[in-house]
Design a protein around this ligand. Structure first.
Ligand SMILES: [Zn+2]
Ligand SMILES: [Zn+2]
Length: 238
C-alpha cells in the first residue's frame, strides 16, 4: 500500500514532545511520506503553546522540507457539545485541524456524551480529522460516529500510537476493528497517523497498518494512498 501522508506529528512546542519542525519533516520524508503536517497541541493542554504560536505559520510555509508541508493544530474538545480551544480567527490561519478528547481537558462522559462531543466537533467546518476516536477511555457509538463522518466530510483517524504497547488508550485495537467495520459498511475513509512525539516515530504507521491488514480493510478507503483525495478534506467548507 502506498502510504504518503502523516499529518499528526508534534514538535517541542507541544511541551511533551522532543523534536523540531525540521527534524519531524525530515524523518517523515525518509519514511516515504510526501505530505506531512505538524499538529501541536492547542492551548488548553498543559504545557502547550499559546494561541500566538498558531498565528505565524507563514514563516514555516516559506521553508523547503523536501515534501509538502502543512501546519495545523490538535484541538482539545472541551465539552460534550464539541467546543474546541482555538477561535475561528485563529483556525482560519491553519491548513487543517485535528480535534481530540484528552483526559487533561475533558473527563470521559457516558457513551452518548462522548459521541455528542465528537460529532459536535465534526460539525465544525474547520475540523478536518477526529484524533484517536477509538480510545477506550471514551466509549462512543461507532455507527453514529462513522455516519456523521460521512455526512460532514470529516476523516477518522487510525492512530498508530494508540496501538503501541505503552499506549495510554486501552481498548483501542478492539475499538478500531469495530470502527473499521462501520467504515467499510458506509464507505467512509480513514487516515493513518503516527501521532509522533519524537522524530524517530514520524511517519510510523506500522501498528495502524497491521490493524488494516488484519481486518482486510479496503485500500480504496485508506486516504493515505491518495494525495488528491486527501486534499478534498482540507477546507471542507470551502
Ligand atoms: Zn501529545
Ligand atoms: Zn491526542
Amino acid at each position: 500500500m502506498k502510504d504518503l501522508i502523516d499529518i499528526h506529528m508534534h514538535t517541542i512546542a507541544s511541551g511533551h514532545a522532543y523534536s523540531t519542525v525540521r527534524e519531524m519533516f525530515t524523518a517523515a520524508r525518509a519514511r516515504g511520506i510526501r505530505l506531512a503536517g505538524i499538529a501541536d497541541h492547542a492551548p488548553y493542554m498543559p504545557g502547550a503553546p499559546q494561541k500566538m504560536y498558531f498565528c505565524n505559520f507563514k514563516v514555516v510555509r516559506q521553508a523547503d522540507y523536501g515534501l509538502e508541508a502543512i501546519m495545523g493544530a490538535e484541538l482539545n474538545i472541551l465539552d460534550y457539545s464539541g467546543s474546541i480551544d482555538l477561535s475561528e480567527k485563529i483556525l482560519c490561519k491553519l491548513d487543517y485541524a485535528i480535534a481530540s478528547l484528552h483526559e487533561l481537558c475533558i473527563s470521559p462522559g457516558t457513551k452518548e456524551q462522548n459521541t455528542a462531543a465528537l460529532t459536535g466537533a465534526m460539525r465544525n467546518p474547520r475540523v478536518t480529522v477526529i484524533g484517536h476516536p477509538d480510545n477506550g477511555r471514551y466509549p462512543v457509538n461507532f455507527e453514529t460516529l462513522v455516519q456523521t463522518a460521512k455526512e460532514t466530510h470529516t476523516l477518522l483517524e487510525i492512530n498508530n500510537s494508540s496501538y503501541a504497547n505503552n499506549t495510554g488508550r486501552p481498548g483501542s485495537r478492539e475499538n478500531a476493528r469495530l470502527m473499521l467495520q462501520y467504515c467499510r459498511q458506509y464507505a467512509v475513509p480513514v487516515l493513518m497517523s503516527s501521532d509522533a512525539h519524537v522524530d524517530s516515530d514520524a511517519g510510523n504507521h506500522s501498528e495502524a497498518y497491521t490493524i488494516l491488514q488484519e481486518t482486510d480493510f479496503p485500500e480504496s478507503l485508506v486516504i493515505n494512498t491518495n494525495l488528491e483525495k486527501f486534499k478534498t478534506y482540507l477546507y471542507k467548507s470551502e
